[in-house]
Design a protein around this ligand. Structure first.
Ligand code: FNR
Ligand code: 8K6
Length: 350
């Protein structure tokens, strides 16, 4: 039984979703050399327009946010025009789409933005990550530069501008990428935030940058069109630290006051338990945040539907199965078998 997935869901007075299934953000590294979305990307998203809401693959807000090849941007007029083709195609199919706004912080690599003349990798503190860019092993990660107050003000302004560009490009809203060990998340965890100023040390200080970005974006495009993804449990590009719990205990009620379109968990498998959160990431967030929550992470339609029935979250995001099944929503509705996902499918845009 998956009937509850096919109920409409009002995010607020402005946006109502045709069902409770979201397509999770999925980086595909298929934009052109100017980081402009292609027609093949428009076709790929349009094939998935039956989702209640598509969250786009992560989209970089400015050149020094790039950490992977051919990830699309939202900072040039060609990129805005390219996205307009995508959003038109999704809307023609009856769907809705949010842009996921991204800066990779300390996992950016100057290889991708050297033509801008900048070689600085930006992060809260000068604490690097081990390793190198996936599938480009020669590109080892660089020790980042700790951002100055001027850098922070510019980053906040650039998130806000990218959000305005997203609306200009026809997106229905934006999801700020605050998860998976990228820039916003780097401020929220002790592993990456060693700052001694008003952006570090205490929960209130460590949450400051994320809230400044959320507030700037919400002010620019409206809180009803602004969403956020968070990873209270560190699991990717990041070591966990039990002190992080207090940061999220402070941040989440603050976010609740902002009346966002939704809050989305960033995780690959929601069965993962975190000692310092007292269980799974979604159970923890549900216990401190009382507004619309999107669950994700190795769910099937059946397990996601029963999680919704048990009030563990309100909406279900589906990632890898949506790569394997462009018609995921119809297949589930009609009880048809799904094609199983495999990593080789990442090579093409089905
Ligand atoms: C992801 N994920 C991801 N998350 C995110 O916030 N922004 C992104 O751009 C991406 N990109 C991405 C690419 C690929 C190839 C995978 C497999 C995953 C994480 C994704 O949104 C989701 O949380 C996980 O895939 C878990 O959900 P599923 O796949 O188990 O339904
Ligand atoms: C070159 C493609 C870059 C895509 C970036 C997004 C992440 C891709 C998914 C890789 C899987 C990461 C595994 C995370 C650990 C899960 C622990 C349970």
């Amino acid at each position: 039984m998956t009937d509850n997935l096919f109920q409409t869901f009002a995010l607020n007075e402005t946006i109502t979703l045709q069902n409770r299934i979201l397509m999770a953000p999925l980086t595909r590294c298929m934009a052109d050399e100017e980081l402009v979305p292609t027609q093949a990307m428009a076709d790929y998203y349009a094939r998935r327009a039956e989702a209640g809401l598509i969250i786009s693959e992560a989209v970089i807000i400015r050149p020094d946010g790039q950490g992977y090849p051919n990830t699309p941007g939202l900072f040039s007029s060609a990129q805005i025009d390219g996205w307009r083709v995508v959003t038109d195609a999704v809307h023609q199919g009856g769907g809705k789409i949010f842009a996921q706004l991204w800066h990779t912080g300390r996992v950016a690599h100057p290889h991708f933005f050297k033509k801008t003349g900048s070689t600085d990798v930006l992060a809260p503190s000068a604490v690097g990550v081990e390793g190198s860019v996936p599938r480009m092993r020669e590109l080892t990660y660089q020790v980042p530069k700790a951002v100055t107050h001027e850098d922070i003000a510019q980053l906040v302004a650039d998130y806000s501008q990218a959000a305005a560009n997203a609306i200009d490009a026809g997106f229905d809203g934006v999801e700020i990428h605050g998860a998976n060990g990228y820039l916003l998340d780097q401020f929220l965890h002790h592993d990456s935030n060693h700052r001694q100023d008003e952006y570090g040390q205490t929960p209130e200080n460590m949450a400051r940058f994320a809230l400044e970005v959320v507030d700037a974006v919400a002010q620019r495009i409206g809180n009803e069109r602004t969403a956020l993804r968070v990873s209270p449990g560190a699991y990717f590009n990041m070591a966990s630290d039990e002190r992080d719990r207090a940061v999220f205990d402070y941040l989440l009620p603050q976010l609740e006051l902002r009346n966002l379109a939704f809050l989305h968990i960033g995780i690959f498998d929601d069965a993962m338990e975190f000692d310092y959160l007292g269980g799974s990431a979604s159970a923890y967030v549900r216990s401190v945040y009382n507004k619309t929550l999107v669950g994700v992470g190795s769910y099937t339609a059946q397990s996601g539907s029963s999680a919704i029935a048990q009030d563990k979250f309100d909406l279900l995001a589906i990632g890898r199965p949506f790569i394997a099944n462009p018609d995921y929503v119809s297949r589930v509705r009609e009880g048809k078998e799904l094609v199983e996902y495999s990593d080789e499918m990442l090579a093409t845009l089905l």
